[in-house]
Design a protein around this ligand. Structure first.
Ligand code: ADP
Ligand code: MG
Length: 349
């Protein structure tokens, strides 16, 4: 995990808006050839090249999308970049630039904003994207972050949600449900801490889950892995709201149905053991737990041998005719209709 540093406090008012912008952007370097001009003018300038441009935005609001009592600001900065890069990769593209806009209340000292930007910078360095601009303003309460990511894809090569074909295989990268369980563990520790602040939580059994919640990684590698395998996905989406919900997007937009097999859902051993401890159904968690930021995609059935046995991917089912609906085949062979519940629905149970 990322470490916290810095205990001194400098008020943002002291620094002023321009002082703050200069301060937080001074350590960012431009690396991409397509960035002609970054921070500092009225607008950034990008080279449009021969390719098509991908643009995606997400807005994160304190108290709605994150809780600073267990989300360190450095992780928040990192994650705010990841959720946007994930959308670029889900189009089959390469992310190149980001803009970051923040609204902060005066409850946050400069050091807090530095932590946030340390996470943003780590994400930009690790994923090789340039920070090229943003906006900075105040809020009456809390912190709000809006990130826009810009990417590129070869002409005609963008992978959409509405192009899955009947008989295609349905594939996910990585494993499912861990980020949701990480949030459950952190919520539980927060409640324990409220009752007894001296209680030191023992989180050894949950390291993977917490990492997945606090420091998710976007699947930059998948587009390249598929290219190397000479597999062109017919449709793709990233898993931000939960597998069920994303399957609904693909199936509705592609006008198809699907069959998903319970015994094929990829689960980390910590997900299985923690589900037992929390008395949660691991299949429900895999289907409805959000924020995994894995990629869900469909490939022609002819590509079965290229995907099968690849440790990065799990074939979890196949596309069917629209009138078949969305079905989960349980371990017992029973067919259950899938519901489009995201992690919000799971939370309300
Ligand atoms: P303007 O008055 O044109 O909106 P600003 O003073 O808000 O310009 O911003 C000056 C420069 O700093 C611009 O290039 C802008 O993109 C960049 N910038 C402002 N806020 C941020 C931020 N939070 N992160 C990164 N770049 C920023
Ligand atoms: Mg501005």
């Amino acid at each position: 995990m990322l470490e916290d540093k810095n205990q001194q406090k400098t008020s943002l008012a002291e620094l002023g808006e321009f002082g703050l912008i200069n301060h937080i952007t001074q350590y960012f370097k431009i690396n991409k050839a397509s960035t002609i001009r970054g921070v500092g003018d009225d607008a950034a300038v990008l080279d449009a090249s021969e390719k098509q441009t991908l643009v995606t935005t997400d807005l994160l609001v304190e108290g709605v999308h994150f809780d600073l009592s267990y989300m360190p600001l450095k992780h928040l900065g990192y994650k705010s970049i990841m959720v946007n890069l994930s959308d670029v990769y889900a189009m089959g593209g390469e992310a190149e630039q980001v803009t970051v806009s923040i609204a902060v209340s005066n409850r946050f000292p400069l050091e807090a904003i530095e932590e946030l930007y340390a996470g943003i910078q780590l994400a930009c360095d690790t994923y090789n994207v340039d920070l090229i601009g943003g906006d900075t303003t105040s809020s009456t309460k809390g912190i709000l972050i809006s990130v826009t990511a810009i990417g590129k894809v070869d002409k005609g090569e963008a992978v959409y949600r509405n192009t899955a074909k009947e008989t295609d295989l349905i594939v996910v990268s990585g494993d499912l449900g861990a980020a949701y369980l990480g949030l459950q563990v952190l919520e539980r520790e927060k409640q324990v801490f409220k009752v007894d602040p001296n209680n030191q939580p023992d989180l050894d059994n949950y390291t993977y889950l917490i990492e997945r919640q606090l420091k998710p990684e976007a699947r930059k590698d998948v587009v390249g892995l598929l290219k190397d395998l000479e597999v062109k996905p017919t449709s793709m989406i990233d898993i931000s709201d939960g597998l069920s919900s994303e399957l609904f997007h693909i199936c509705t937009q592609s006008k198809v149905g699907c069959k998903i097999y319970e015994d094929k859902l990829p689960l980390d051993p910590q997900v299985i053991s923690t589900c037992e401890e929390f008395e949660l159904d691991s299949t429900m968690v895999a289907l409805s737990g959000g924020e995994d930021y894995e990629l869900l995609f469909t490939v022609p059935i002819a590509d079965f041998d290229k995907i099968k046995g690849n440790p990065n991917f799990s074939i979890i089912g196949h596309v069917t005719a629209e009138n078949q609906g969305l079905q989960l085949i349980t371990r017992a062979g029973q067919e259950i209709e899938l519901k489009a519940q995201g992690w919000n629905a799971l939370n309300k149970e």
